[in-house]
Design a protein around this ligand. Structure first.
Ligand code: CA
Ligand code: CA
Ligand code: CA
Length: 148
């Protein structure tokens, strides 16, 4: 009975959580990832806001709740969405400090934030609307170049 309850909870959890986590994994628009982090909606994303949103994503991505983000959390999704696996590999490269193939919350919290740093061109610890626009332009230029 206990197992059954756990099972139905985890199934409910998976359906509730899989969609946004996967959408974010496939998310290639860096500016969108930053604006999602603007918790107080003032149009400026601070380092702390970005870090908090990343930390919140940890719970979404740790689907099996073992305290680590790893391939185990994605299972079959990786077959259907290879880009999710790619994104996971990128995250591992950035955050897996002890190279055990999984990311703990501490590792994620301490890992560098290359996206934020790239966007924060004047290095004041905040990404403002201007910097976001510039980031979007750079991203779309990169897309154009790849399309050619
Ligand atoms: Ca803000
Ligand atoms: Ca996990
Ligand atoms: Ca690790």
């Amino acid at each position: 009975m206990k197992t059954l309850l756990f099972l139905s909870i985890s199934i409910a959890g998976i359906t509730a959580v899989a969609a946004p986590a996967v959408a974010q994994l496939g998310q290639r628009d860096p500016a969108a990832r930053l604006t999602q982090a603007d918790a107080n909606g003032d149009g400026v994303v601070t380092r702390a806001e970005f870090k908090a949103s990343r930390s919140a994503r940890f719970d979404e991505m740790d689907r099996n709740g073992d305290g680590f983000i790893s391939r185990d959390d994605f299972g079959r999704i990786l077959k259907f969405r290879p880009q999710a696996g790619q994104r996971l590999d990128e995250m591992l490269a950035e955050a897996d400090a002890n190279h055990d193939g999984r990311i703990s919350r501490a590792e994620l919290d301490q890992s560098p934030m290359p996206l934020f740093d790239r966007a924060d061109t004047n290095r004041d610890g905040k990404v403002d609307a201007q910097e976001l626009t510039a980031l979007r332009e750079r991203a779309s230029q990169m897309r154009d170049q790849r399309a050619r």
